[in-house]
Design a protein around this ligand. Sequence first.
Ligand code: DGL
Length: 272
Amino acid sequence: MSNNKKRSTILIFDSGIGGLSIYTELRKSMPNAHYIYLFDNKMFPYGDKSSEFLIDRVNHLIKTVTKSYAIDLAVIACNTASTICLPSLRSQFTFPIVGVVPAIKPASKLTKNGSIGLLATKATIRRAYTSELIAQFATNCKVELLGLSELALIAEDKLQGIPVDMVELKRLMQPWLMLPTIPDTIVLGCTHYPFIKDELQLIFPQATFIDSGVAIAKRVSNLLTLNNQLDDQLSEPNIILSTQYNKYVERIAKKLKDYNFLKYQRITDVDV
Ligand code: DGL
């Protein structure tokens, strides 16, 4: 590989820490890419925000980042944002924008009992994009939908070291536990949920869980040419950006270092 190939800068965006589940997969296949992770903690959670608000907000935030950093590709590592913001983002920016949307298609191929479950934010469950995915790819099975506001928060808490309340989690899963046919394949349609997959697996021991991380990493590496020989010593550190600096960011700072994000900045050039 030639030495003058530039290291690609990948922007990952989410409302919170959910996008780290996508980042983990990206980093496995592209360890030497330059990562900038932006999270809109000021407006978290996105699951209860209107479509209009999210379109404006996400476009504005990505634009703000591009004023300071040359981005080669952006991953909207948030199903809630991707299912509504992709067309406007793609019309505004020239670099590729990869969205993360519920993995309905692979789930429909895996189910044995003909019932798949989609676990996502309330907003993702309501989107036309989601109904279209189901109509297009899940004609062979029944799709059970469960839209919840609490799960992303439970995942954020877990990252801060707060253990998951299993009684509460089981209560939230009641609608599915009461079904005559419990889904044997569950789509984690929010990037926060892989962080609580082990706990969900305890509640649904027979189920296979599917998230979009590996597929997104494949798609991104196909889109980029990376110089994997790059000397890390000469490289810019991976950067975390957020819209608010608060106790939460303080608490997860050490975790973010473990993820190899060595620099933090609050976005200031935005009315947050
Ligand atoms: N991580 C986000 C998603 O994939 C949403 C969490 C939220 O802000 O409600 O949908």
